[in-house]
Write a protein that binds this ligand. Sequence first.
Ligand SMILES: Nc1nc2c(ncn2[C@@H]2O[C@H](COP(=O)(O)OP(=O)(O)O)[C@@H](O)[C@H]2O)c(=O)[nH]1
Ligand SMILES: [Mg+2]
Length: 358
Amino acid sequence: MEEEEEVKKELEVQMELEVQMELEADACQRFPAQQVGFIRGNDLFGYVGIEAVLDQMRRKTMKSAFEFNIMVVGQSGLGKSTLVNTLFKSKVSRKSCLPSHTEEISKTVKLHSISHVIEEKGVKMKLTVVDTPGFGDQINNDNCWEPIVTYVKDQYEKYLREELHVNRKRRIPDTRVHCCIYFLPATGHRLRPIDVEFMKRLGKIVSIVPVIAKADTLTIEERQEFKERIRQDLAANGIQVYPQKEYDEDPEEHVINDRIRESIPFAVVGTDKEHHVNGNKVLGRKTKWGIIEVENVAHCEFSNLRDLLIRTHLQDLKDVTHNIHYETYRVRRLNESNITFSELGLLTRPLENGTADK
Ligand SMILES: Nc1nc2c(ncn2[C@@H]2O[C@H](COP(=O)(O)OP(=O)(O)O)[C@@H](O)[C@H]2O)c(=O)[nH]1
Ligand SMILES: [Mg+2]
């Protein structure tokens, strides 16, 4: 036992040294012209207390609710509303529900958003779900993605205007879509033209997570084959879905994301009913043959989706939205020759020499 402890300690010391060396190498690379001297906190001055910054960040973050916006897209009847309810019911405690808000963009696709403030251990999250009833329900579905593209871009535009305002708000309200869950019908065939067209266009401006809806209607083999075919179709059509390889930040993230990429699209089952299984309350669908437990990984991949969205990749989805999708929009918009500051509603203040202060 003692030997084991010693080996463990030795390993820890070694790891600490390696991290230290890495940090030093990193700093030298980043500040090549400067002489970077490394002083370990406890070497010279005793305990400096830099690590307390983590507590400070935590306290600051907890003071205000952060926003997370999800959009669900897919034909009527695929279980979008049910899945959203399942997301809320599955172990995320709902404290309050804000009034819902409907935005009529076109006659066929209506966008409807509902916000919930979820609080857990003092951390508040304002989760908004934008539903798109009517998508793909027409006989002629030409351009049915347009209202959705418009909605996504409108939110970037709103954010950009706030950002460029002379008197910027300290916290800009964030209505940008951080993740778009796209529902594929469990046909067992391949991607349909409408799926390809939608994801091709939207994949360039927002993070898409495709899911197989009502996966309980497929057998295990059918499900596996369908998933494989969809992955082939996504690749063949150059469709970008989240998480994209090129945005992986380090090897560790690469390994985690590779596992997700291998299991996309998640085959999900939704429900708004609870059942008793072995004395426990579970979310599930009761059939003649038994209960399909929504959160049981042996039954479906709902929990993989929930974990990705809320437990493991929430911050990354926000970062990718801000640093990649929004940034692309911002650069393009600011490069457009026809954008003027007055159009953005900005006040210009004349300088002493008569030129305008941009
Ligand atoms: N078999 C099965 N039925 C589902 C599932 N999710 C929802 N449903 C049912 O499908 C119907 C349509 O669901 P709804 O959530 O209203 O679909 P939406 O139009 O996409 O919002 C309802 O009767 C649901 O009970 C599922 O995962 N499996
Ligand atoms: Mg619905």
